[in-house]
Design a protein around this ligand. Sequence first.
Ligand code: HEM
Length: 471
Amino acid sequence: MCSPFILRPGEPPLIKGWLPYFGEALKLQKDPLGFMTTLQKQYGDVFTLFLGGNYITFILDPFQYQSVVKNQKLSFQMFTSKFLMRVFSVKKMMTYHDLNDKIHTSYQLLRGKHLDTLMENTMQTLKQVFEPQLLKTTSWDTEYLLTFCSSVIFEVTFTAIHGNVLAGDRKTFMTELRDDFFKFDGKFTHLASGIPIELLGNIKSIRTKLIKQLTTENLAKLQGWSEVVQMRQDILEKYYTPKDTEIGAHHLGLLWASVSNTVPTMFWTMYYLLRHPGAMAALRDEIDHLLQSTGQKKGPGFSIHLTREQLDSLVYLESTILEVLRLCSFSGIFRVVQEDLTLRLESQDCCLRKGDFVGIFPPVLHYDPEIFEAPEEFRFDRFTESGKKKTTFFKRGKKLKYYHMPFGFGVSKCPGRFLAIVEIKQLLVVFLTYFDSEIIDDKPLELNYNRFLFGIQYPDSDVLFRYKVKS
Ligand code: HEM
């Protein structure tokens, strides 16, 4: 869009703010939901916001999302290529569009029977992580909850997807990689918003180090790559020479996608359970019942084994995770307008300009009191009905197709969603079966909106909790 900006007929109302470049970004970051719902009351379900140098037309009515999903002239690829370049320094996606398509085909290896193998690997790593604890006496261990979740999720996910480090170096390798990863991840929104990496202290050298760890040569030192990494590598080798470090940048992208949202989801799930003993007790009951009905006794060592179907039968466990995602996801879903066009919505036609963005902001849906009663409250059984999974939610008396969108939608829907949920379920089953736990800092936490528009939000501080092997 050219400046000074003059609205053309058919274009939605524009809210520019007074700050050059940032526009309304600071207000949105301070209170994303409050700000968006105020604008919705004032301007309706369709309006354009000027944010960080971009014009983004938000469509807030969930019955209109379909028009965005179906429109072929709204591109996700253009959005994602720029993002990969800024954050991970992956350059080839900008020019080789078929590379993106090929990589997408590899994501089928994150579901179906392939997921069973990933689950097996996850259980093996959980065993490695927790077995030493189980052999300890029953004294309490005190830890920070976010630190605990980051460490376990990083190790479990990295090992399931990228493989295992040969014994000996394993712990040192994992600790160093994890620490570098979270330092890099801490500056992720800066990078995504286009701040040059040179202005971010030592992040450039940390990113270079991470990329190097994941180049062809170093990846080859890991054992048991998942099928998705194997296929990604095969595809990349057709586009790059084996020594090209950009291969490592692609793998860093996958590592980031697999860890960065799973960690805060795990954190909030544990946190809500620790602060809601009724929910914790209901989940323990559900898990105990399943273990009994599958003839599994909790012995002294680590012996649980559950299939995917058995995990899926834990409806209260799943509902708890869905509820956490509803409360803590502040992702935006974006598409780039490829040419001037008119989006036909039920209530109006909406003219859009080439190069601008269309955005959907699911938190407005997730916190809509017409869809979710008392939306601010954590209700672990919200996604259950008569002991079964609940999938029908209504607005204006009409059944909603989209009511829960922490994983995005359409072409960009998260391909790792099944793995993320299974992994969190496995960790919770292990943790609730073998350990008693208590929160120590019983202070209420808030979401820190540093990553608003990008996934699950982190808490504004860490909290202490303690756990011990059940006697
Ligand atoms: C609770 C955990 C997770 C959440 C909330 C989450 C959420 C998301 C969201 C919102 C997107 C972007 C959608 C968009 O821009 O429209 C995405 C993309 C992606 N996610 Fe996840 N994700 C999670 C875990 C995982 C895991 C475990 C993996 C494993 C590999 C993964 C792999 C990916 C990939 C590869 C993409 C990019 C897809 C593309 O380029 O189209 N995610 N995820």
